[in-house]
Design a protein around this ligand. Structure first.
Ligand code: NAP
Ligand code: ZN
Ligand code: ZN
Length: 347
């Protein structure tokens, strides 16, 4: 086993604190890499605090991981010592079911293995994430990272990037579409960048008046403050798509009304409590509501390559590992511009 240093929470009430654990030895198909940067996703916070009621403690969060390969197994083909590498939310899946065969490992019928808080198919242990100094992952779930972009700005692409890229591609959002993005946080700011790059007319729907200028800089054509009833009334039946990235419980009907005929509201945010949808709001304009979970490995690579080609990265605030508990408090206040990324050399 390989001794590893990280940060973990021991219970839903505990803060994250230094933690030592072991990773499995590098198997024939495994890649080991030193973690240089790890993004801080709101899903980390939800799970550290057991808001989804599925946390196994201790938990080492982190699934926006980039670093440099230090060791490869004898059968590894894609990576060699010194290469840049990335890992997102998945480290394994059954690889045999329909969805795995189609590259939709996130929807594996047997159950995909998350980068943390999951049962490792290889040794039965619990997976530990990227708030740590290194990681060992099967090469099929390790992504190639371009050396053209700053690594700290690439890390958030591994979750915030793919989670917004994938639904925009699935629903073919582009020219001639009007889309609203709800929530300007980690996912929201990537959604604005991608939707604008794909040619859509983008409206940012935010609760934070101070974010208007940033939203426009990120590529939004319009901005509406959702706490202002006048702004809202003007938006009824306006959009073909709405991408809801909000992390906290909120009124979905308020946004659903803004969909035009056959419009689709795509939910990627995962608040602690279930969605409440009013029947009349849904059936008006023959609206649909849908969900989307991260993205498969092939699509994640496609997204990373697209970002390298079009120079798309995340806007980040780099933090020390020891700042993580304050970073969580700020994330809860929507005070992030627009993703915290941990410099893992500070661990
Ligand atoms: P984040 O950086 O904290 O951003 C969330 C944003 O939501 C905030 O910046 C804020 O934007 C808005 N917001 C917060 N509270 C609100 C409220 N009460 N009403 C309306 N808007 C509110 O979080 P994130 O990392 O982007 O993650 C967002 C959500 O997506 C989380 O629930 C996370 O677990 C989930 N997620 C899902 C997937 C997936 O596969 N589907 C993947 C990753 C994350 P404004 O200041 O602009 O209002
Ligand atoms: Zn995430
Ligand atoms: Zn499968």
């Amino acid at each position: 086993m390989i001794p590893t240093k990280g940060y973990a929470a021991q219970s839903a009430k505990d803060k994250l604190a230094p933690f030592s654990f072991e990773r499995r030895e590098v198997g024939p198909h495994d890649v080991q890499f030193e973690i240089l940067y790890c993004g801080v996703c709101h899903s980390d916070l939800h799970q550290v605090r057991n808001e989804w009621r599925s946390t196994i403690y201790p938990i080492v969060p982190g699934h926006e991981i980039v670093g440099k390969v230090t060791k490869v197994g004898a059968k590894v083909k894609k990576f060699k010592h010194g290469d840049l590498a990335g890992v997102g939310c998945l480290v394994d899946s059954c690889r045999e079911c329909d969805n795995c065969q189609k590259g939709l490992e996130q929807y594996c019928h047997v159950g995909s293995v998350g980068t943390y808080n999951s049962r490792d198919r290889k040794n039965g242990g619990i997976t530990y994430g990227g708030y740590s100094n290194h990681i060992v992952v099967d090469e099929s779930f390790v992504l190639k990272i371009s050396d053209k972009l700053p690594l700290e700005k690439v890390a958030p692409l591994l979750c915030a990037g793919i989670t917004t890229y994938s639904p925009l591609r699935h629903w073919k959002v582009g020219k001639d579409h009007k889309i609203a993005i709800v929530g300007l946080g980690g996912l929201g700011h990537m959604a604005v960048k991608f939707a604008a790059a794909f040619g859509a007319e983008v409206t940012m729907l935010s609760t934070s008046p101070g974010k208007e200028q940033d939203a426009r800089k990120l590529g939004a054509h319009h901005f509406a403050l959702t706490t202002d009833p006048e702004h809202l009334a003007a938006l009824n039946s306006k959009f073909d798509f709405i991408l809801d990235t909000v992390s906290a419980p909120h009124d979905y009907n308020k946004y659903l009304k803004m969909l035009n005929t056959n419009g689709v509201m795509i939910c990627v945010g995962i608040p602690e409590t279930p969605l409440e949808i009013r029947g009349f709001t849904l059936l008006g304009n023959r609206r649909s509501i849908a969900g989307s979970s991260i993205g498969g490995i092939l699509e994640t690579q496609e997204m990373l390559d697209y970002c390298a080609e079009h120079t798309i990265t995340s806007d980040v605030e780099v933090i020390k590992m020891s700042y993580i508990n304050e970073a969580y408090e700020r994330m809860l206040k929507s005070d992030v511009k627009y993703r915290f990324v941990i410099d893992m050399s500070t661990l």
